[in-house]
Design a protein around this ligand. Structure first.
Ligand SMILES: C[S@@+](CC[C@H](N)C(=O)[O-])C[C@H]1O[C@@H](n2cnc3c(N)ncnc32)[C@H](O)[C@@H]1O
Length: 389
């Protein structure tokens, strides 16, 4: 049996329970929710699986050692004794990052430099060479978490953040982060049972994430590179067998509709949809949201309107009021979800939300709101929704 290893999967604030659910479903053991992270146990296949399948993880760190230290010398010795040559080739490149609080070091940079020196000195003793540091594109990324006199040394198995799925060839100026888009879809409770509509689709992130989910396409399906592929101990056969676990559907009985008022942004969406080979599923059209309506109901409507931060809008209140009017009069029978950082603008939608959640689109704090859209009077709707006695 493979050894049980300890990992930390990182994510955005408030997505930890979703990530823990995903990890558990993939077979992770002892999932523990932390702040912006989930700790779990498993083997090397589980580490590959988490990188490939988790839609709400940003990176997967594999813990190599945990030790106490009282001074610089003890810290250096502990890192020196760590067999970094399991991961780093003699001619490989590396970087060390550190985060810390309430400890003896003045800065995390100093702790990272000391650790880097320890690894380099070990290589000099073993092979007569010192590995080079590459901050941009290292073969191995070491991460240190230091709290008081305890340090944990991790290797970063993901490399570039996992929100970089590999289907974005062209970038919208104000995109929703792919991990947040996947989380919004997960939170909406939609599993591909009805059409999915994004009437402000920009570069098409929500559409691609929704289609990937409905077709069961793994989060990392389009991505070619992961940190662990550059390690000396990379197991290509195991990686291949993990990828073969994917059970991709060839077809789904629902459609994906995206529209945007800006033709240039629609071109971006089209390029991304084609890169993801989803053009048979996704229909794109240039339209003002006020002119859209569902092809059939029920449908799931999800959008990420401009916040007025990265995309300038003449009158944000007016735009959001028009979103509310359109949803109320044209999308009866659907469920709608809107994410925005502007609370006043969200209030201008003028509909009572059935769900409110704080999410972070990268560094931007946002409110994610859900609406049940019904014909006519809310009380009448609630009465009809109640089970008949
Ligand atoms: C924040 S961006 C969406 C980004 C998208 N979620 C992505 O990840 O690329 C908001 C989009 O709303 C579009 N938009 C603004 N006003 C609109 C309107 N009245 N009708 C339709 N789309 C509109 C903008 O052109 C922009 O592409």
């Amino acid at each position: 049996m493979e050894k049980t290893e300890y990992f930390i999967a990182k994510t955005f604030a408030n997505l930890e329970p979703l990530l823990a659910e995903e990890l558990t479903a993939l077979g992770a053991r002892n999932c523990q929710i932390m702040s912006r992270a989930v700790a779990f146990e498993g083997d090397m296949a589980m580490m590959y699986r988490a990188n490939y399948f988790c839609r709400t993880a940003l990176r997967i760190l594999w813990r190599q050692s945990k030790f106490n230290f009282l001074n610089n010398r003890q810290f250096y010795d502990q890192i020196f004794n760590f067999p970094a040559e399991q991961f780093l080739r003699e001619d490989g490149t590396m970087v060390v990052h550190a985060t810390m609080s309430d400890t003896i070091f003045k800065t995390p940079l100093f702790a990272a430099l000391l650790a880097k020196d320890a690894i380099c000195d070990r290589f000099r003793d073993l092979y007569g060479i010192r590995p080079s540091v590459d901050k941009e594109d290292p073969d191995v990324q070491f991460t240190l978490h230091i709290y008081r006199n305890e340090a944990q040394l991790f290797v970063d198995s993901s490399g570039e953040s996992l929100h970089k799925r590999g289907y974005k060839v062209s970038n919208h100026p104000a995109p929703i982060n792919e991990v947040v888009a996947a989380a919004m879809i997960q939170l909406s409770g939609w599993h591909g049972e009805c059409d999915f509509i994004d009437p402000m689709c920009g570069g098409g992130t929500l559409l691609v994430e929704a289609a990937m989910r409905a077709l069961n396409i793994p989060a990392g399906f389009y991505r070619r590179d992961y940190g662990f592929m550059h390690w000396k101990n990379f197991d290509g056969d195991l990686w291949k067998s993990v990828r073969r676990e994917a059970k991709i559907r060839e077809d789904v009985p629902v459609n994906f509709y995206g529209s945007d008022i800006n033709g240039r942004f629609l071109d971006i969406a089209e390029t991304n949809v084609i890169k993801a080979r989803l053009q048979d599923f996704v229909t794109l059209e240039r339209k003002d949201i006020a002119d859209t309506k569902p092809a059939r109901t029920p449908a799931l409507v999800m959008m990420n309107p401009p916040y007025g931060e990265r995309l300038q809008v003449r009158d944000l209140q007016e735009l959001y009021a028009s979103i509310g009017t359109t949803l109320k009069h044209r999308y009866a029978g659907c469920r709608a979800f809107v994410i925005s950082s502007d609370k006043d603008a969200l209030n201008a939608i003028g509909l009572r939300p059935s769900l409110k959640k704080t999410l972070f689109n990268g560094a931007i704090e946002c409110r994610f709101q859900g609406y049940e859209l019904f014909d006519g009077d809310r009380r009448e709707y609630a009465k009809n929704k109640k089970p008949k006695e």
